[in-house]
Design a protein around this ligand. Sequence first.
Ligand code: GN1
Ligand code: MG
Length: 360
Amino acid sequence: MEHIFSAFHTNIQVKSIEPFGAGLINDTYRVVNNDPLGQDFLLQRINHEVFKDAKGLMHNMELVTRHLSHKISTSSKLQGSCETLRISPTKNGSSYYEDIDGNFWRAVEFLKGYKSYDYVETPEQAYQGAQAFGQFMLLLNDFPVHELKETIPGFHDIIKRLVTFKEVVASTKKTDRVKECKKEIQFVLDQADQMCEIEKLRKSGKIKDRVTHNDTKFNNVLLKEDFSSHCVIDLDTVMPGIVHYDFGDGVRTCSSTAKEDEKDLNLVDVDMEKLKGFAQGFIETSKAVLDPLEIEYLALSAPLLAYIMGVRFLTDYLAGDVYYKIKHESHNLERARNQLRFTKTMTDRLSDISVIIKFV
Ligand code: GN1
Ligand code: MG
């Protein structure tokens, strides 16, 4: 690891390199500076099974962080209240390092004094994090969206995900798993029409593409303890998308009363106060650029993103756990059941969610 880190132009004396964070895809390490007051770094190995176009990913990340950092440094309002990730280039001036085994690595500056939340404790936290995500979209509103590469084609395209899902159900060698998941498979099929509505509007051009983050899991925002500043992190999936992807994934991860892989489904419910906090923070910040049709469909994006994750976890379980990191054999099944239950909970309460969004 030290050898890999030495490819980057950082000039620090390394004290230690330790595994860091709870991501399901990449490997992340914190590089601790020998000088306690000096700059630490995050070193990440990009999972190139998932991100087949790691160079395209870094291209997107460079453009987006440059745009954000220009906006922040030229606005007295944003300076000090908003941060962006800072890529540390290699000694050759590249934003990534390719090792002899074909792995791609990148380093970013570690932001001290910030915290991320795997579980949101209060509506106020939800509100603050949502402002960060809403502002991220707002600041990128004037960025030419088609300069970004689509690094995972059809990432949140549920129509495409359902085609893959059905193929896997039909062709997997894990037939015992298909039997075990009969109820879940049926639920996925029963919900499909409603869950494809938003994607159809995207495909018909009625809802337009923007620069979206596409992984607005709540732990992808850093907040200062006193909420005086924030930073959106994990820019791997920044690419063209629609506002519903970011709003929906934020709601999914901040308003559930249980963690994403909680096994006891009776604990999975929606906390309406946290949902309201998130909706307020996101919409207040970004409504200047949202059109009426985008706003009308924000409510449906809440169960949609839970559904997308449920379908993806279930597909991975049926395919034999080829995509997500898992900690035990039925981990993907537990995540799938949890997310599908959350889909149902939020679909049942769709009219309440719509009312909350309408009065923000
Ligand atoms: C993955 O990288 P991480 O852990 O933030 C996944 C997201 C899922 C999430 C579910 C590239 O995100 O799409 O929502 O797991 N990222 C990718 O926890 O597939
Ligand atoms: Mg991610």
